[in-house]
Each structure stands twice: as structure tokens, then as C-alpha cells.
Design a binder for this molecule. Structure first.
Ligand code: SF4
Length: 408
């Protein structure tokens, strides 16, 4: 059987892990596989089956585009769509394309296969990819209201015992996509294995600050890491964040290398705690700790358009102020602890003062304000660039994209 694996052309920084595992699964059954990204007019491969993956619900258009194209081109091939969009909105997908099968959640049978990274050589966007992405555990112990992980993966469970077997030969880096690494019972063994393997490690989905202790912080610091990620999504996590920063710092990790996601614009009747003012408190706290904050705008799990949702506790204007401040005062969308920026946040009495690019008229003279902002900007550009390779398409504060490898 010939199987065509299709990754739609939505924006992503990571190759389609689920499709690569599915490719290995099919190969183990003697099937021939081919990977493409988007529409390939000159495809010299006549598939019997087409497996398509999907990512965020708001990135549905490129998914529909490839379904239409490949179904029209290979009318007798069976089409199956998996991934986040297919898992969260299968009915919508089938209402457009009644001929497809949808796969919801993980394709457990393929999960233990070493992804067929060799297929990436055929796809221009991924031909230089040299990192192994893996989950050592699935699921999570928590049930955060803005997160899709508990719905799609359920309770925490280890899924990798012999780590070395999961590292692709020749790869130069390990990217861990565990949703909540320290919640898994095998965390210590995995950390020992990572140290023995000796490759740079990226805890891509972040560390749950509430689970950190001295031993864990030291074991992380002994690995080859370039930055640490965690999340400060609600003010009640303040104590845990302050403690985690202290532990990481004592174990030798520089505070500027601690990257803290800050969710904003989230609303749920049971958790009406995210407001511009509590967001400002979190950003200020992170600046005072000397760490980098990365605001993450909340999108509802089934949003069909990005940046459309506005929480009843926020206004469009306030959301735009965050966007503008990130662009003008921050770096790469983040707020690093630049001196001028920390001062600005410390001096501000409220959200509006903190995030206005030109502080409020009634408090200051306009000329002074401009020169003050210019000082902030120049501090920003003069400061050595921090490796912000984290980018933050990754998660709705760690959450959704962890499952972007769901097989098609
Ligand atoms: S946000 Fe993180 S800690 Fe919360 S449920 Fe999702 S994966 Fe678990």
C-alpha cells in the first residue's frame, strides 16, 4: 500500500512528529510512504491512502485546502485527518468533507515508533532539521481550564523507559514535549539518562514551578540547557514562581535565562481572575525577579480565527496595548529584564501606565516621556540578545501545541 502523509502549510516551528511516527508505523507493515508539506502539483506518487494532520483550530484553512486538493487528485484514495483541529472539531471537518475519516486524540499504536525523520529531507522547510522531539510522558496531573491536554491525553503516564532508543542517530539536540515533566514518576531516571547522553536539551513545554525542589533544579542545571521555561498564568502561582526562580538561580541558572509564559485574555466564569491589572502584576513580578516574561494571548480551544476573542474582562484597546508594548519595548515579543523596562514596570501604578508606549499625559510632560521611552528603546537594542528561540507559537501557555504531533 502507498501512503501519502500531508502536513498543511500553517505556521509551525516543528516538523509533524505524529506523521513521522505514522510513517514508521506504516513502514513496519511493509507500506511505502511519502511526506509532503502543502500542495505538491508534481507529485509522482499514487497513494492508496492519504493521512493529513492538523494543528490549531484557527489554522483550519490550509487543512481544508490540502484535503480538497489531494482528494480531487487521487479520487479513490482513502483520506484520514488527525491532529488538534480534527480532534476538537471532527463534526465541522466532516460537514465540509463527508468522505473523510477523522482520528481523535493520539494514535496510540504509532506512539512508540521512532519517527521517520529521514522523510524530512524531502521537504524544503525541514531538510536541515536535526533535533529529536519526544515525549517521555503523556497527560498531566492538573486540569487547567485553558488547556486541551487533559481532554486529549488524560492522566499522566510515562511512555519512555529506554531514552537512548528514542534518540535519532546523528541528531544534535533533544526537545522534550512532556506536558508536565516533573509530574511523571520516571522524571529522575530520564534526567540521569539525559545527562549520560550529553546532548543539549530543551524542556520545550516548560517546567511546572509548583513541582520544583532543590534536587530537581540542580539536576536540570547539570544538563546542557540554554534556557528554562515555566508559566505564571495566575497570581495565585506567585509563591511557586518566586521559589522556582530562587531554586534555579541557586543551582547556577542565570535569571535572564528563565523564560516565563504569562497567559492573558483568558476568561472562564469559574476563574474570572485574569484582568489587565492581574496581568500587569505578574509581568511586574517577573521583571523584578530579573527573568524574561513572554505574554501569551489566550485563544479559545475551538477558535476559528486568531486574535478574535476578547475576554469580557479586557478591552480591545488593552489587548492592543500589550501587542504594541511587546513590539516596541520588548524583544522578540518578550519582555526581558532590561533595566529601563524593569524601572518602567516598577514605577507604573497600573496596567495603562505600564503598557503605554508613551506614558499618560496627566502624569508627565510629553517631551520627558519621549526621551524616557527612547532610553528604554536604546537599552533594549544595546543589550545582548537573549536566545529567545523559545518563540511562543508553541503553546497556549504550554498547552495546546504539545499535542500538535497527533497523527493524521
Ligand atoms: S496547562 Fe500544563 S499543567 Fe495545566 S493541565 Fe495543561 S499541561 Fe497540565
Amino acid at each position: 500500500m502507498k501512503v501519502l502523509l500531508v502536513e498543511p502549510t500553517y505556521y509551525t516551528r516543528f516538523p509533524p512528529l505524529g506523521l513521522l511516527k505514522l510513517a514508521s508505523y506504516h513502514r513496519s507493515r511493509g507500506n511505502q510512504v511519502k511526506l509532503v508539506r502543502g500542495i505538491n502539483e508534481d507529485l509522482k506518487f499514487n497513494p492508496d491512502r492519504i493521512e493529513i494532520t492538523s494543528l490549531f483550530t484557527y489554522a483550519w484553512k490550509p487543512v481544508h485546502e490540502v484535503i480538497k486538493f489531494y482528494h480531487n487528485k487521487f479520487t479513490s484514495a482513502k483520506v484520514r485527518v488527525g491532529g488538534i483541529y480534527a480532534s476538537l472539531m471532527p463534526h465541522r471537518l466532516r460537514s465540509f468533507f463527508p468522505f473523510i475519516d477523522t482520528h481523535i486524540g493520539l494514535f496510540e499504536d504509532a506512539d512508540d515508533y521512532l519517527p521517520a525523520y529521514d522523510l524530512l529531507n524531502e521537504v524544503e522547510k525541514w531538510e536541515k532539521w536535526n533535533s529529536t522531539i519526544l515525549f517521555t510522558s503523556r497527560g498531566c496531573i492538573r486540569n487547567c481550564p485553558y488547556c486541551v491536554v487533559p481532554k486529549l491525553e488524560g492522566k499522566i503516564r510515562p511512555v519512555v523507559e529506554d531514552l537512548e532508543r528514542h534518540i535519532y542517530p546523528g541528531h544534535k539536540r533533544i526537545i522534550l514535549w512532556d506536558n508536565n515533566f516533573f509530574a511523571s514518576p520516571n522524571w529522575k531516571k530520564i534526567l540521569h539518562d539525559l545527562e549520560d547522553i550529553g546532548l543539549p536539551v530543551d524542556f520545550n513545554q516548560g517546567i511546572d514551578a509548583r513541582l520544583l525542589d532543590d534536587e530537581k533544579a540542580h539536576m536540570i542545571a547539570d544538563l546542557r540547557i540554554s534556557l528554562i521555561r515555566t508559566a505564571f498564568d495566575d497570581l495565585h502561582e506567585k509563591k511557586a514562581i518566586v521559589n522556582a526562580v530562587k531554586l534555579f538561580s541557586q543551582s547556577g541558572i542565570k535569571r535572564r535565562k528563565i523564560f516565563i509564559y504569562t497567559l492573558y485574555n483568558f476568561y472562564n466564569e469559574k476563574y474570572p481572575s485574569d484582568t489587565p491589572s492581574t496581568f500587569f502584576e505578574r509581568i511586574k513580578q517577573i521583571a523584578e525577579l530579573g527573568c524574561v516574561s513572554y505574554p501569551m494571548r489566550y485563544e479559545p480551544l475551538t477558535a476559528l480565527e486568531k486574535n478574535r476573542f476578547v475576554s469580557p474582562l479586557w478591552t480591545n484597546n488593552q489587548l492592543n496595548m500589550v501587542v504594541k508594548a511587546r513590539r516596541i519595548l520588548g524583544y522578540g515579543g518578550a519582555f526581558p529584564p532590561y533595566k529601563g523596562l524593569v524601572k518602567k514596570f516598577e514605577k507604573a501604578d497600573n496596567f495603562e501606565e505600564a503598557f503605554s508606549v508613551y506614558p499618560l499625559k496627566e502624569k508627565n510632560n510629553k517631551t520627558q516621556l519621549r526621551s524616557k521611552d527612547n532610553r528604554i528603546r536604546s537599552t533594549v537594542t544595546q543589550t545582548p540578545k537573549i536566545a529567545l528561540d523559545a518563540q511562543c507559537d508553541i503553546s497556549l501557555a504550554q498547552k495546546i501545541a504539545v499535542t500538535n504531533d497527533l497523527p493524521g
